[in-house]
Design a protein. Structure first.
Length: 607
């Protein structure tokens, strides 16, 4: 669209330039007077004329005094006609140079035909141009079905990725080691009558290194790697997805042994029949084509299809049948050792200051994925460069951790003293309550500098990685969340819009306690509501109710009561330690942030 308007502009400019040129050449009459024929006769008779030039139907008369006059005659009338028809003294003409430049065809063409022709030429040119555009689009549409898979394996210039580049994920690597073996040495397995696996499904949260691992397998086995993303299949035209699959596999067969990697397969491989409207026909066709292709491999075809998804729960069961993606490799979020190893890999080309311990960074980054960690080190490097330092220090890395979690600091945001005070009490409330409860994570940092959308923040990170949470931990976390609301209530007597995000968190946590984990005595050990996958107008509609109206009311009551009791507990704690709250607020208002050491100091002081 942009190039179209650009071309238009170009056409206009050219047109104007041409018009300007024409007018410049054919109207050089700046200082030329136009006079009548009778005047010409007078000039001749008075012998004032030096030279007469006749061109087409204009007569240019150069006078002896240097002036130039222009006379226009009729087209049909020649100059000699004029001499004959008017009373011109023929003797006097003898002294005058008369030059006749008869070129009527040229002047007729330029003067009369061209002005008519120009618009036609322009319109014709425009139509031709539009036709070309449309045809271009058509051609592109035709080629949609092909040549989309990128063959990374054959780009030899690119650095090959091996298992060395993937830190952690030990189990996943072991599983995939087998695939590498199949690709390198298929005979060994075939001679024993073993069937070579066709499909491997990599499952894991975003950023855990699924794509990286698939590349590493290709790199280890030294085979071509065809990469396509599920979302690329789903295009405007029905049937394109299926033809792309066909083309992809054709290419792969020519290059076997090789790896076909389908990233984000959930975009096409969702359970069939679950969608309402939209592109779901297209998805079904694409999915069917993938299945057909995979079933069509004979044992000699040494192609391994790898696919990645972070939503294994929504995949069509047909994909998971034996003979298809029957190998499943789960990639977890990295634990503390893996995080340290991943950090080491990404710190290879970054000069770190001596005081940086990657172990400490790993400790502070529970829940980060590999991609998050890479991003973290990158942010730290950028921050260091902007401060014109030579080495990445501890402060840069720590402040980047917060940036990755909460978004960039907004130091420039102008906050009134009053709002600052409210934020300080709010965050102090979270920190105080969090500190006083037994089952909460230690407070790492309190800040009233706004970050991302948060006005201030209190960071509490677990000492070690955690997968299981007890009911008391869940309830204490809820109480800590309510700490901000409680502090505002106690100090100012009313709340602001600030804690609305806290309330959302509190509500979904309480709901999970009741409906997902069966932690509520009254409702007992069961789940309520079934998560369901439905696509309607691009939106996912979750949860089917599998309980009665009466239960639904009870669930609501229990959720409210859990939140309320957490709130009351928070109020109790704050009231009991009001002096500590004031102390924290005082430091916060003076320094804006409190680090863990200082916080523990404040809390251990006896007042
Ligand atoms: P996914 O496909 O699972 O969403 P990617 O494979 O695209 O994740 O990972 C994104 C980036 O994160 C990788 O390019 C890599 O730099 C980094 N990364 C993720 N996991 C690891 C890991 N285990 N070791 C080293 N780097 C990793
Ligand atoms: Mg990926
Ligand atoms: Zn809060």
């Amino acid at each position: 669209m942009k190039s179209l308007s650009k071309n238009f502009l170009l056409i206009f400019i050219v047109f104007f330039a041409l018009a300007a040129l024409f007018s410049f050449i054919y109207n050089p009459n700046q200082k030329i007077d136009v006079v009548g024929i009778n005047q010409l006769i007078t000039y001749v008779n008075n012998e004032e004329i030096n030279k007469i030039e006749v061109e087409g139907n204009t007569i240019m008369v150069s006078l002896k005094n240097g002036e130039i006059k222009k006379i226009t005659k009729e087209n049909t009338e020649s100059f000699s006609d004029i001499v004959a028809n008017y009373q011109i003294d023929k003797n006097k003409l003898n002294n005058i140079d008369i030059i006749i430049k008869e070129d009527p065809s040229k002047s007729i063409f330029l003067g009369t035909i061209l002005p008519f022709l120009i618009p036609f030429i322009l319109i014709a040119g425009f139509i031709w141009f539009m036709m070309r555009q449309v045809q271009g689009a058509n051609n592109r549409a035709m080629s949609f079905g092909q040549a989309m898979a990128k063959d990374v394996g054959q780009q030899k210039m690119k650095k090959k990725i091996t298992f060395m580049d993937v830190a952690g994920a030990k189990e996943a690597k072991e599983e995939l080691e087998e695939i590498v073996e199949f690709l390198k040495n298929p005979k060994k397995f075939i001679s024993l009558g073993a069937k070579i696996p066709k499909g491997v499904l990599l499952m894991g949260s975003p950023g855990t290194g699924k794509t990286l691992l698939a590349r590493a397998v290709a790199g280890e086995a030294n085979v071509p790697f065809f990469h396509i993303s599920g979302s690329e299949f789903v295009e405007m035209f029905v049937g394109v997805g299926a033809s792309r699959v066909r083309d992809l596999f054709n290419k792969a067969k020519k290059n076997s042994p090789c790896i076909v990697f389908i990233d984000e397969i959930d975009a096409v491989g969702r359970q069939r029949g679950a969608g309402l409207g939209g592109s779901h026909d297209e998805r079904e066709q694409t999915l069917n084509q993938i299945l057909v292709e995979m079933d069509g491999f004979d044992n000699e075809t040494n192609i391994i299809v790898m696919a990645a998804t972070n939503r294994p729960d929504v995949l069509d069961p047909a994909l998971l049948r034996p003979g298809r993606f029957d190998r499943r490799v789960v990639i977890d979020l990295p634990d503390i050792n893996d995080r340290e190893a991943i950090l080491k890999i990404h710190a290879r080309n970054k000069p770190l200051a001596e005081d940086v311990s990657l172990r400490n960074v790993a400790e502070r980054t529970a829940g980060f994925s590999g991609a998050d960690l890479e991003n973290l080190l990158n942010e730290a490097a950028i921050l260091t460069a902007r401060q014109n330092k030579r080495k990445i220090g501890k402060e840069e890395i720590y402040s980047s951790i917060e940036k990755v979690i909460l978004g960039p600091e907004r130091k420039s945001a102008v906050i009134s003293e009053k709002e600052k005070k409210i934020t300080a009490y709010h965050e102090a409330g979270h920190a105080l309550v969090g500190h006083m409860l037994i089952h909460t994570d230690p407070v790492q940092k309190i800040s009233i500098i706004s970050r991302g959308r948060a006005g201030g923040y209190t960071l509490a990170t677990p000492k070690e990685d955690k997968r299981l949470y007890s009911k008391s931990e869940m309830l204490d976390r809820l109480t800590m969340i309510m700490g901000g609301y409680a502090a505002e209530m106690i100090v100012f007597g009313e709340v602001t819009t600030g804690p609305s995000n806290d309330l959302q968190k509190a509500t979904s946590l309480a709901k999970a306690i009741v409906t997902e984990y069966g932690m509520d005595e009254k409702l007992g050990p069961r789940t309520f509501g079934q998560k369901e996958e439905m696509i309607f107008l691009g939106k996912e509609i979750h949860e089917r109710r599998d309980y009665s109206e009466r239960t639904s009311q009870m669930i609501d009551e229990q959720i409210t009561s859990i939140i309320k009791s957490a709130y009351h507990q928070a109020v109790e704690i704050i009231n009991k330690h009001k002096n500590k709250l004031e102390q924290i607020v005082e430091v916060l208002l003076a320094k804006e942030t409190i680090e863990r050491e200082e916080f523990t100091e404040i809390m251990s002081e006896k007042v």
